[in-house]
Design a protein around this ligand. Structure first.
Ligand SMILES: *Cc1c(COP(=O)(O)O)cnc(C)c1O
Length: 354
């Protein structure tokens, strides 16, 4: 890397490349290996594979820490939860990604942790709950309610109390929020979303900025066997090359759509935090109308997941595991990089159809 601070766009493109020796490829190859010659970083494919490195290097450089790839976002989350001592308190958002809450509730039910659910926008409440906790888990913005937490204030208080802070940064991406800079100890990603960006990968990551934490997370990965695939890492590294371009375009589309939805009679409430590519809105006609709207679109795909180049939407409460705090009539729209007028044509047509 050159001797001056590079901008995130340049890091996204330039980081994690092989050495520039004659004849070497510009992209790191996909290494398929269960066993490697002893004496290097790893000699067995569950402990390490050179194919993970390019992705980990780029993501780590973008977040300002050391990244470790996992088989999914949930596997990455599990690795962090697994560091919590038995019966210790964990503070978490009252509504967030359903898989995260399902797992926390299950651990609490089994008596493994003392779970404290909070409103992450209420900084005082989060700090009060975290005083004697082992871990504060934040997701900001939250999925799908788009609540934003004051990560810096919460991390400062947690540091004084000796409480670890982890931030699920899936919605913001390192280009809109760098939790480690704000004082967090762990950043967690579902790389299945914006990082990969093409709805073709399931992958996760944990990023830390302390050697000890990095070693602990790496040990969890090996011991849990929650390792990524070589192909998935390669695709996610390729996805990261264009993250800044995709994000800029999708975000400008999202901002425009959020504004237009705001002035629409069929829409009761629009949630958009001012950045990012996700817009959630509540349909005045109720849950059944909301469901029909999502099934009527021509350009936007009716599908779960988010963060792809193609726009998708769904009524989140159609999933049984979705927290009951999420309104039944809420549609989560993941805005892609299509032409914004084509997207608005589709949204407007669907809203008028019922
Ligand atoms: C999708 C998602 C996850 C889970 O990631 P997977 O890759 O599906 O396991 C975690 N957090 C958030 C915010 C998500 O959107």
């Amino acid at each position: 890397m050159p001797g001056h601070d590079l901008s995130p766009s340049t890091i996204a493109v330039a980081s994690g490349r092989p050495d520039r020796t004659p004849g070497s490829p510009l992209n790191a190859p996909i290494t398929l290996a269960s066993a490697l010659v002893p004496g290097g970083a790893s000699e067995y494919g569950r402990h390490g594979n050179p194919a993970w490195q390019a992705f980990e290097q780029v993501l780590g450089d973008l977040e300002g820490g050391l990244a470790l790839a996992f088989s999914s976002g949930v596997a990455a989350t599990t690795a962090v939860f697994d560091l919590v001592p038995a019966k210790a308190a964990v503070v978490a958002p009252q509504h967030a990604y359903s898989g995260t809450l399902t797992q926390l509730r299950e651990r609490a039910r089994r008596g493994l942790i003392d779970l404290r659910l909070v409103d992450v926008t209420d900084t005082r409440a989060v700090i009060d709950a975290s005083d004697d906790a082992a871990l504060v888990w934040l997701e900001s913005p939250t999925n799908p309610m788009l609540d934003v937490a004051d990560v810096e204030a919460i991390a400062q208080a947690a540091a004084r109390a000796g409480t670890a802070v982890a931030v699920d940064n899936t919605f913001a991406t390192p280009l809109r929020q760098r939790p480690l800079d704000l004082g967090a100890d762990f950043v967690v990603h579902s790389a299945s979303k914006l990082i990969s960006g093409h709805s073709d990968v399931v992958l996760g990551a944990v990023v830390t900025n302390a050697r000890r934490a990095h070693r602990a997370i790496e040990a969890r990965r090996s011991n849990l066997g929650a390792i990524p695939g070589a192909m998935e890492c390669w695709l996610a590294a390729r996805g990261l090359r264009t993250l800044h371009v995709r994000l800029d375009r999708a975000e400008s589309n999202a901002r425009e759509l959020a504004q237009r939805l705001q002035g629409t009679r069929a829409v009761e409430r629009v949630r958009y935090p001012g950045f990012g590519t996700i817009v959630s809105f509540e349909v005045a006609g109720g849950p059944e109308v909301a469901q029909k709207i999502t099934e009527t679109s021509e350009i936007i795909t009716y599908a779960t997941s988010l963060g792809g180049v193609e726009s998708t939407w769904e009524r989140r409460r159609r999933h049984e595991a979705e927290p009951v705090e999420v309104p039944e009539n809420l549609i989560r729209l993941s805005v892609g990089i299509e032409d914004v007028e084509d997207l608005w044509y589709d949204v407007d047509r669907c809203l008028r159809a019922f």
